[in-house]
Write a protein that binds this ligand. Structure first.
Ligand code: CA
Ligand code: CA
Ligand code: CA
Ligand code: CA
Length: 287
């Protein structure tokens, strides 16, 4: 499931705190791994993707490991400034893509793993106000829906249907930081909630209830110098979402399975060419 809504405005640099470790592996056992075994296994949980808005192309990773994208899905129109989203819009267990046009205030979503025409289109939010999309299963019914975050008021507007108006509204985080909105199931109770990432401090601030108030989980992951782009997902498939960062200069993802600071557990580059790539994540249907 997705969730890191992201803007092109985000300029990012480098995390000094992350060690040069790739996927964490156990201590070396006696057996030698064959080349076959060393290939990344099909992912148990969510994997990353990169959206190229100039080509309206979503490049989906088959595993959270270095290499080329497993599949490229064409969806939407190129060069429109759309922001990508992903979610399980029909509750079949797999995430598919979508996009939000801040200019039009319109979501376009597809249930097809191969993209194509939008299955669901609806207006939501204010036009031209710079609102940012999120997606999640707010009511825990197994189907993801969308939401919007207004950076000017630090307010979320979430809907449980594939249309507006919002069923849930809440203020979260205040307006003093450069927040990027997030969503995920941080506590594994089957319901997604919201969170924020502060670009200026590389701090994640997450809530487990869709109510205004104090964040239950706060931690710094990555370096405050970097301004990398946040993403969220259940990388290990244990039912709880955690976070990650994307470094657009090096095209590198740094993911963790914990809601805490420290070293990334997975660090890899998804080999995709293109400029202004926006990261996202989901449980993609394997080919
Ligand atoms: Ca689906
Ligand atoms: Ca739902
Ligand atoms: Ca939850
Ligand atoms: Ca997890």
């Amino acid at each position: 499931m997705i969730r890191g809504a992201v803007t092109r405005l985000i300029v990012l640099a480098e995390i000094g705190a992350l060690a040069a470790a790739g996927v964490v592996s156990g201590c070396g056992g006696p057996e030698q791994k064959t080349a076959q075994e060393e290939r990344p296994a099909a992912a148990a949980g969510d994997t990353v993707a990169l959206y190229d808005g100039s080509r309206a192309a979503f490049h989906l990773a088959g595993a959270n490991a270095g290499g080329p994208a497993e599949r490229t899905v064409a969806f939407g129109e190129a060069g429109k400034g759309w922001i990508p989203v992903a979610g399980d819009w029909d509750g079949d267990g797999f995430d598919t893509v979508g996009a939000y046009s801040p200019k039009e205030g319109t979501f376009r979503l597809t249930n097809s793993a191969t993209g194509g025409e939008a299955t669901i289109t609806f207006a939501f939010g204010s036009r031209n106000k710079g609102w940012l999309p999120v997606a999640g299963d707010w009511d825990g019914d197994g189907t993801d829906t969308v939401g919007l975050y207004n950076p000017n008021s630090s307010r979320f507007y979430l809907t449980n249907r594939h249309k507006g108006p919002a069923d849930i509204q809440l203020g979260f985080g205040g307006t003093k930081a450069e927040w990027i909105p997030l969503a995920g199931d941080w506590d594994g109770d089957g319901k997604d909630t919201i969170g924020l990432f502060d670009l200026g401090s590389s701090k994640f601030v997450l809530g487990n209830r869709l109510e205004p108030g104090k964040a239950e989980v706060q931690f710094q992951f990555g370096s405050r110098k970097n301004r990398w782009t946040p993403i969220t997902g259940d990388w290990d498939g244990d039912g709880e979402d955690s976070v990650g960062l994307y470094d657009p200069d090096r095209g590198r993802f740094s993911l963790t399975n914990r809601l805490a600071g420290g070293k990334a557990q997975m660090r890899f580059t998804l080999k995709v060419t293109g400029r202004d790539l926006i990261p996202l994540s989901g449980k993609w249907q394997q080919q």
